[in-house]
Design a protein. Structure first.
Length: 136
C-alpha cells in the first residue's frame, strides 16, 4: 500500500508540474504574439511616413484637396506611435507597452515626428501668407 501511495503522490506532482509548464508556455506564447503585433505595427509606420511625404509633396504642388487627408494621416501616425509606447489596441490586436530597452529609439522617432509637424505648420502658414498677399 505504501508504494501505491507514493506512486500516486509522484504522479500528482508530475501532473502539477506539467500544468505549471503549460501555463508558462501559454503566457509566453501570448506575450510573443503581442510583441510580433507591435513589430508589425511599427513597420506600418514606415508606410504611413511614405504616405505623409507623398501627400505633403502633392500639397506643395498645389493640390489643396489632400490637406485633410494629410492631417488625418498625421493624426493616425501619432495615435499609432503613442499606442506603441504606452500599449493598447491597434486594429483589434493587443500591443504591449514599450520596453525600456528601446525607449531611446522611440524618443528619436518622436523628435523627428515633432520636427516634421513643426515644418508642416510653418509651410502652411507661409503658404497662407503668400495666398493673402496675392489676393490683395
Amino acid at each position: 500500500m505504501k508504494i501505491i501511495s507514493k506512486t500516486y503522490l509522484l504522479i500528482g506532482i508530475l501532473v502539477a508540474v506539467a500544468l505549471f509548464n503549460l501555463f508558462i508556455l501559454y503566457n509566453t506564447q501570448v506575450t510573443t504574439t503581442n510583441e510580433s503585433y507591435a513589430i508589425i505595427r511599427a513597420g506600418d509606420l514606415k508606410a504611413k511616413v511614405e504616405t505623409i511625404a507623398s501627400l505633403a509633396a502633392s500639397i506643395a504642388g498645389g493640390n489643396e484637396n489632400d490637406r485633410k487627408t494629410l492631417d488625418n494621416e498625421i493624426r493616425d501616425f501619432d495615435n499609432i506611435l503613442n499606442t506603441l509606447k504606452n500599449g493598447g489596441t491597434i486594429r483589434g490586436q493587443a500591443i504591449p507597452q514599450l520596453s525600456s530597452d528601446i525607449s531611446s529609439e522611440y524618443e528619436v522617432v518622436k523628435k523627428i515626428g515633432n520636427y516634421t509637424k513643426k515644418k508642416h505648420r510653418r509651410f502652411r502658414l507661409y503658404r497662407y501668407t503668400i495666398q493673402k498677399q496675392w489676393q490683395h
